[in-house]
Design a protein. Structure first.
Length: 558
């Protein structure tokens, strides 16, 4: 009441009033945002922080098999697991994401078998880093195919180490030299040829080379020094989710930190789960799972998307409250425009970046045309900016191309190819800019304009006038005033100027005031006398020269 607020014991006070009362009573108060408190309470942030500072232990590496269709990704994994996954797939092609934990003489390894790189890219687009190592599966008789090249580009964009498993070595048509040469063309220099890319010769049919492949994977994992905490609340990433008619929503996840236990309350984006059932990759019921382990969870209120991150909360009540708040936030977020990079907004998008780079996904009608366009675009790089074609391929623009562009914040360049309505809708929803061209120089011209817009402004100095100080006056109202005669050009009020004394610069700033007789004027031309006051500089002397100049912005060049 002394502070002028008529409140009773049942009234609530805002943060400012609480702080004022606390100051009067000599009490220290730390105010926190209500929403921030909900996050902290739900995940026991302080407790988790203490756990994270503890000692971490080595964990199993998470390895993904990628490559062209029918090059033996699942068959190879099948041979490693000593099971038969392929026969259960429709048409022998993987239709889902499988995650399997395999015990080897070098330790445990978690394998992910993807139906293609679109799932890999979708996860990365949502900010999930799941994979530690990418094993590129290449058939020895086929060599590198279009999807193989896409897999390489996706792995590089994700900045994940790449190993190569050359499969089908048991076939008479196997051509190892051709594969190694093609890898070299993709800047993957094999170790046998003096490079750093690990290449293992294997056969899924005979089992030859599998032990060496596992040994190399374990060696690569040791170099990465993968570690995680094995205690405290679990957190990880969703690999796959689907709706089972008999069991409800089934979600496959990989635990990255902590220990996931049956019955734990879980928050995954806007979905909540009480983990009523945990099962491993063999379908066996388990009570808990640790870092690097794939596990299937039953009990989610709705199906979370692949790549979504999950965390275990301290109570079911906190989990439900947090999910409810997140749903409200997501509804508001849907109304906001997606801010993706376009050729028109490059300078604005890159203004705060030290290193300026334009990422492009390029699709052309033929291989020759694609290579020609790629070379023309990459030659535009220079100085501060760089053009990087993260993926170039032949054929129509696909949804996979759009997802790669979305994950990498890239622009799609379509050269003489078609774009289906579904792809355009995907690009619109993801905020990806697709540019269509028929002539190469039209593409290079527009890209060059975008690159020039990314450069920092360039200014050229132009001399506007020179005045000589003939006498120095000290006035009570204006301070130190230089009585000058304009020798050339014109002197302008508020223009930039420097003071030169015996050929050396003693000041660089601007003209604060300019007077002709007793009047304040905007400019004084050659042959006239004037009084000049420099901004924040009084050490002027007779004989000094004042050189006025202006900065003119010029178009930068790359």
């Amino acid at each position: 009441m002394k502070l002028g607020a008529m409140v009773t014991i049942n009234d609530s006070m805002d943060g400012e009033m609480v702080q004022m009362v606390a100051d009067e009573l000599g009490i220290q108060v730390k105010l926190k945002d209500k929403e921030e408190n909900l996050e902290e309470f739900a995940f026991a942030a302080e407790e988790a922080e203490e756990i994270n500072t503890g000692e971490q232990e080595p964990r199993a590496p998470v390895v993904v098999f990628m490559g062209h269709v029918d090059h033996g990704k699942t068959s190879l994994l099948d041979a490693i697991r000593k099971t038969n996954v392929v026969k259960g797939e429709s048409g022998g092609i993987t239709q889902h994401i499988g995650a399997y934990k395999v015990g080897t003489t070098q330790g445990m390894i978690t394998f992910i078998d993807t139906p293609g790189h679109e799932a890999f890219t979708t996860m990365r687009a949502r900010g999930a880093h799941v994979t530690d190592i990418v094993v590129l599966i290449v058939a020895a008789d086929d060599g590198l195919m279009p999807q193989t090249l896409e897999a390489i580009n996706h792995a590089r964009a994700a900045k994940v180490p790449i190993m190569v498993a050359i499969n089908k070595m048991d076939l008479p048509s196997a051509n190892i030299d051709q594969v190694l040469r093609q890898l070299t063309e993709q800047s993957l220099m094999p170790e046998d040829w003096g490079g750093e890319t690990i290449c293992c010769k294997v056969s899924a049919m005979t089992g030859d080379g599998l032990d060496h492949l596992l040994e190399m994977i374990s060696l690569q994992a040791e170099l990465l020094e993968l570690k995680a905490r094995y205690t405290g609340p679990a957190e990880g990433v969703v690999l796959e989710s689907k709706l089972d008619p008999g069991r409800g929503s089934t979600v496959t996840v990989i635990v990255q930190q902590g220990k996931l236990t049956k019955g734990d309350p879980i928050v995954c984006g806007t979905s909540f789960a009480r983990a009523r059932s945990l099962s491993n990759d063999l379908g066996e019921q388990i009570e808990s799972a640790g870092p690097g382990e794939p596990v299937q969870i039953l009990g989610f209120s709705e199906i979370p998307p692949p790549g979504a991150k999950f965390k275990v909360t301290i109570s079911e009540r906190h989990a439900r409250d947090l999910v409810e708040r997140r749903r409200v936030e997501e509804q508001l977020k849907r109304h906001a425009d997606t801010q993706k990079v376009t050729l028109e907004n490059f300078y604005r998008h890159m203004a705060n970046e030290k290193y300026k780079e334009l990422a492009i996904v390029l699709k052309g009608d033929t291989q020759g045309t694609t290579e020609a366009v790629r070379g023309s675009l990459e030659r535009l790089s220079g100085g501060e900016v760089k053009v990087m074609v993260i993926h170039g391929g032949v054929g129509d623009v696909s949804e996979n191309d759009v997802m790669l562009a979305s994950a990498s914040n890239a622009v799609v360049i379509a050269f003489k190819v078609n774009i289906s309505e579904s792809v355009r809708n995907t690009a619109k929803s993801e905020g990806v800019d697709i540019k269509e061209y028929e002539v190469i120089y039209h593409a290079t011209e527009q890209i060059q304009k975008a690159l020039v817009g990314m450069l920092d402004p360039v200014y050229k100095e132009e001399k506007s006038g020179v005045a000589e100080i003939r006498q120095v006056f000290k006035l009570s109202t204006s301070g130190i005033v230089a009585g000058c005669s304009v020798l050339e050009g014109e002197m302008t009020r508020n223009s930039k100027a420097r003071v030169m004394r015996n050929g050396e610069q003693v000041y660089d700033g601007e003209i604060q005031s300019l007077r002709r007789l007793k009047d304040e004027v905007r400019e004084v031309r050659t042959g006239f006398e004037c009084g000049i006051t420099m901004r924040d500089f009084n050490d002027i002397r007779e004989g000094d020269l004042i050189q006025a100049y202006k900065l003119v912005q010029v178009e930068p060049h790359i």
